[in-house]
Write a protein that binds this ligand. Structure first.
Ligand SMILES: Nc1ncnc2c1ncn2[C@@H]1O[C@H](COP(=O)(O)OP(=O)(O)O)[C@@H](O)[C@H]1O
Ligand SMILES: N[C@@H](CCOP(=O)(O)O)C(=O)O
Length: 324
């Protein structure tokens, strides 16, 4: 079959002299029973600035998370995603300067790789001439394809609570508004777990009973998050992934169990090892912070935890073009 994709020599160069900034929220996927389908945008932001040059060179100015460890060449995730997006749009780059200020911790289950990919694809789309630009559904397709699942990229693009699904290779997502009393509290441990490793711990299939129990809770969770947060504890029960992954994040699994026994709607954030509580109101959020601090200092003294009370981001990724 003949390729419809333009070859590198057919592709136009992106105009030099452009500069733009993308601010993108972190995300928490799964939320308990919504494995690979539900995700929430959180008020923790990475900022990516991209400059185009005609030098053919790549330059990096990295600060924050990963500044000392991320590659500074074309294998950097942001450059790979920009290159792929430009190729799909029928363009190619010459020189690029990548200025990244990363706040979202890596390998902790707060969707850092998804945020990086969304920032990169949004930037690439904004760098091409207006008539070649695509809409946010196109960004959803490509970023879901890169990530392999839509549940982090969708809320990073659209903000709020994203309900995503897949038909064959086609990804779709719709947005729901979270009840204003819901406050996400995250406990981020100082150890990492790569999403790929955590996905490798899941069984190839689950029984009908587990699947039926899980679909009941996923349905309940949407009602709890949008209309009746009093039901968040039963709504966040999961039967598909958390128990299989517990062995790879024992301190997080212990904290999760203790929080749930105390009546708090705790989940593993994404593939872990961050634990997130969906608190119902400021009083519960404050009680959750106190509970986590007391429990971790008594039971997991070998692990350092960063506890953050966040908000739901309702805007998603935003691009600011700098006039030069
Ligand atoms: N802003 C970024 N820039 C470049 N690479 C990133 C960035 N954020 C994440 N990554 C890459 O993705 C990896 C983490 O991805 P993953 O295992 O899916 O965990 P997470 O839950 O944080 O998304 C990092 O180790 C790094 O290789
Ligand atoms: N549904 C995915 C979510 C991964 O989220 P991340 O933030 O850990 O990358 C999974 O559970 O594998």
């Amino acid at each position: 079959m003949e390729s419809t994709q333009p070859t590198a020599t057919d592709r136009a160069l992106v105009a030099a002299g452009q500069r733009l900034t993308v601010k993108v929220p972190g995300t928490s996927a799964n939320l308990g029973p919504g494995y690979d389908s539900l995700g929430l945008a959180l008020s923790i932001y990475d900022t990516l600035t991209v400059e185009t040059h005609n030098t053919g060179e790549l330059e990096f100015e990295l600060s924050g998370e990963g500044a000392d460890t991320l590659p500074r060449d074309a294998s950097h995730l942001v450059v790979r995603a920009i290159d792929l997006a430009l190729e799909r749009l029928g363009f190619q780059r010459s020189g690029l300067k990548i200025i990244a200020d990363n706040v979202n911790p890596h390998g902790r289950g707060l969707g850092s790789s998804a945020s990086a990919v969304v920032a990169a694809v949004s930037a690439a789309n904004a760098l091409v001439p207006e008539e070649s630009r695509q809409d946010r559904d196109w960004i959803l397709q490509l970023t879901s394809e890169i990530e392999g699942h839509p549940d982090n990229v969708a809320p990073a693009i659209f903000g709020g609570l994203a309900l995503s699904w897949q038909d064959s290779e086609q990804y779709s997502s719709t947005r729901a508004d979270v009840a204003s009393s819901v406050i996400p509290v995250v406990a981020v441990p100082d150890y990492e777990l790569a999403t790929e490793t955590a996905r490798g711990l899941l069984p190839a299939s689950v029984g009908h009973h587990a699947a039926a129990m899980n679909s009941g809770r996923a349905a309940l969770l949407i009602h709890a998050l949008t209309a009746n947060p009093a039901l968040l504890l039963p709504g966040t029960e999961d039967y598909l992934h958390q128990s299989y992954r517990a062995q790879a994040m024992r301190p997080s699994a212990d904290l999760l169990a203790a929080l749930r026994s105390a009546g708090h709607a705790a989940v593993v954030s994404g593939a872990g090892p961050t634990v997130m509580v969906l608190a119902n109101g400021a009083d519960q959020a404050a009680a959750v912070v106190e509970f986590i601090e007391a429990f971790t200092s008594d039971n997991t003294p070998e692990v350092g935890w960063r506890v953050m009370t966040l908000a739901v981001d309702v805007q998603g990724a935003r691009v600011e073009v700098h006039r030069r």
